[in-house]
Design a binder for this molecule. Structure first.
Ligand SMILES: [Mn+2]
Length: 432
């Protein structure tokens, strides 16, 4: 007997990959774990006649000769397959897109770091000129879109996009896909979102506005990550942390979202035993009350925040500045010489204003060119500290529609960061 299976909490990429694999191994039995994501479960119940899968209890594992695993490379993510580990004669095939080495040691594998496992299978189908029905194409594209965030996650590769293009040619239906991937947002989720909006505690931590919401829940509530994300959008905070307490089980599910790279939520959640990436993460805390959780997380945010790339790494220095007492004609000369549109104005290294080309429009008489810069400068200076992150600089530039920011440390002007410095940072990896 041959078995194809995938990871627990089966998502659309895993489901599509199991089904696609069964096309290449028609003699093998496709098997799904017992825990399946709710949108996948809905799809399966609707398509019962079209797609059918086995459950672990239906098959006698002892008779397995070939074992085909898709979309995971670790035994612990499989459901009830441990007996197979001990079988020395078992032939293992692996189709996977995850990096790192897992503990499943395949005899044959197709493993590449692309956005979705389904991509690898679809590419093979295209190479072999296999016929794909619109329903199949729709399922495959759903898998690719889910794992690549509609081809927008940084993990997306050209191979994913090419496979997606091929599936669209095979009449994958985008309306159906949109419905299938619609996230869980029902009355329960709405209720929680409204409760979060009503009682929220905002804090300024390391210059970022962070909100903490403590909510009591009963049993498993799906879609909480989406609720926290929606909340963060609506409340417009730099980072949002939802602490969902299940009283009976004495545990708190913590979900965090961050809009600023400097505040790496994934790192914080990893410290708490969970996981995630820069902008999103979660952790499960046992035997802790929500207030203690808020304190703990605030401390972590205060302690660990340092941008990976700081303004001080990108700024230019020394800065050409002009003394507030210098005459306007000198400012005009420096601006022309340096070819820039604005200059910081200082008094003993302290920044007191900015003089820009625009300010010269207010010079009406030629004798005013001997007046001090102080008389014409803009006094309100938007500035940034050297420890801030690039995202913060960009936000300030957009908000105030300016192209340069003085970098100020303890009131002292130490550098200048420009629009092109930030662009260079974002596009650094692109070849010319
Ligand atoms: Mn996947």
């Amino acid at each position: 007997m041959e078995i194809i299976t995938t990871h627990k909490n089966t998502d659309f990429d895993a489901l599509a990959a199991v089904y696609a694999t069964s096309i290449f191994y028609p003699q093998a039995k496709p098997l799904l774990p017992r825990s399946i994501n709710s949108n996948v479960r809905a799809f399966l119940s609707l398509h019962k006649d079209r797609f059918s899968f086995h459950t672990p209890s239906e098959l006698d594992l002892n008779r397995t000769t070939r074992f085909i695993v898709v979309d995971t490379n670790s035994w612990s993510r499989l459901d009830g397959m441990d007996p197979l580990k001990e079988n020395p004669d078992l032939e293992i095939h692996l189709w996977d897109h995850h990096g790192g080495t897992g503990d499943i040691k395949p005899d044959w594998c197709c493993r590449e770091q692309v956005g979705a496992t389904t991509t690898l299978l679809v590419r093979r189908m295209e190479e072999e000129n296999r016929k794909i029905s619109p329903i199949e194409a729709t399922l495959f594209l759903t898998g690719i879109y889910e794992d690549t965030g509609n081809l927008t996650f940084p993990s997306t590769t050209a191979v994913d996009a090419r496979s997606a293009g091929f599936l669209l040619e095979q009449k994958a239906d985008l309306n159906i896909i949109k419905n299938l991937l619609r996230p869980t947002y029902g009355p329960k989720q709405k209720e929680i979102l409204f409760e979060m909006l009503k009682n929220v505690r905002r804090q300024k931590l390391n210059g970022h506005v962070v909100s903490f919401s403590k909510i009591d829940i009963e049993g498993h509530v799906p879609g909480l990550a989406l609720v926290v994300e929606m909340y963060q959008d609506i409340a417009n905070v730099d980072a949002a942390v939802g602490i969902f307490r299940e009283k009976k089980k004495e545990k708190c599910l913590v979900i965090g979202r961050s809009a600023v790279d400097v505040l790496n939520i994934g790192n914080i959640m990893r410290t708490l035993g969970g996981g995630g990436h820069t902008n999103a993460g979660s952790a499960m805390l046992k035997s802790i009350n929500p207030d203690a959780a808020v304190e703990l997380i605030s401390e972590l945010i205060k302690g660990n925040q340092q941008a990976s790339v700081q303004i001080s790494d990108l700024m230019s220095y020394p800065v050409f500045a002009i003394a507030s007492q210098a005459p306007m004609k000198e400012a005009a000369l420096v601006l022309r010489e340096k070819g820039c549109s604005g200059l910081p104005v200082t008094e003993e290294e302290r920044i007191v204003g900015i003089i820009s080309r625009r300010d010269f429009k207010r010079v009406k008489k030629s004798r005013q060119m001997t007046s001090p810069v102080k008389a014409f400068m803009t006094r309100k200076v938007v500035q940034i500290s050297p420890g801030s992150g690039v995202t913060q600089a960009v936000r300030l530039m957009i908000k105030h529609d300016i192209g340069r920011l003085p970098v100020v440390d303890n009131g002292k002007l130490i550098g200048l960061i420009t629009r092109s410095d930030t662009m260079r940072y974002y596009y650094d990896l692109l070849p010319n």
